[in-house]
Design a protein around this ligand. Structure first.
Ligand SMILES: [Fe+2]
Length: 246
């Protein structure tokens, strides 16, 4: 009962996502990463995201050198098939594909081979491992910036090795790196520390993009429940969010 007493209030109505226009982080291409398992699930996810107010979905399959060895070809083949089904179903949503790049050893090869898929105006979505900071992080991001890429760091609130080091986040932003928060981080679904860090980053005005990071139908239910979080209202009402520019 005490726990309930201190629980923060939820909103009466879900936050309206239509002002975002675009979602820029999800795993909707079926069967090529840990996201949507099959075409029917993908269609259902696209339909539901459209109902929630999104008009454009830039989906971002994982690319890493160990588990998800996706290439521009595997991603583009997959999105073309999904696009075909979405057109048949008559869902009026624009679909595009980019990628979510893990900063690992293999990533440097992708830069060299010029095999990077951007979103919007040369934005590149990157992610970091959850348990250690990649030793090449600063070198790689600098090299990308020299080449004209604008870097978006996926879900900074999930990198708990920096939980007590806000200066690390400040340093990345000083280096011109944009931050994308996962909407469901605000629900506490990834744990209390992730929720707290997400709220702190919102308070500090450090969040530039909001992503669904949609994976599957179970995830969709958690996502819908997250729309009652007061902090989501707060960030959407701020003028910081740039999703509509993509
Ligand atoms: Fe993701």
């Amino acid at each position: 009962m005490l726990g309930n007493l201190f629980k923060k209030k939820k909103l009466k109505n879900p936050v309206d996502l239509s002002g975002l226009v675009t979602d820029m982080h999800s795993h909707l291409v079926p069967g090529i990463d840990d996201g949507s398992p099959d075409m029917d699930s993908s269609v259902e996810l696209v339909r539901e995201m459209h109902k929630l107010g999104y008009r454009k979905l830039i989906t971002t399959p994982h690319v890493s050198s160990d588990i998800y060895k996706n290439s521009p070809e595997t991603i583009q083949d997959g999105i073309a098939q999904l696009q075909q089904r979405i057109s048949l179903e008559g869902i009026p949503v624009t679909l595009q594909a980019s990628a979510e790049y893990m900063i690992d050893d293999g990533f440097e090869l992708l830069i060299k081979e010029n095999k990077l898929q951007t979103l919007g105006d040369k934005y590149l979505l990157i992610e970091l491992p959850y348990f250690n900071v990649p030793p090449n992080l600063y070198d790689v991001t600098f090299e990308l910036q020299i080449k004209g890429f604008k870097i978006i760091l996926a879900h900074p609130e999930r990198y708990l090795y920096w939980y007590h080091q806000m200066d690390k986040f400040e340093e990345l932003r000083d280096r011109g790196i944009f931050f994308q928060m996962n909407i469901i981080s605000l629900s506490g679904q990834y744990g209390g520390q992730v929720k707290k860090l997400a709220e702190k980053l919102v308070d500090l005005g450090m969040i530039d993009f909001l992503g669904s990071d949609m994976h599957n139908l179970q995830y969709l239910e958690i996502f819908k429940a997250s729309l009652y979080e007061p902090y989501l209202q707060k960030i959407i009402e701020s003028s910081n969010i740039k999703n509509h520019l993509l």
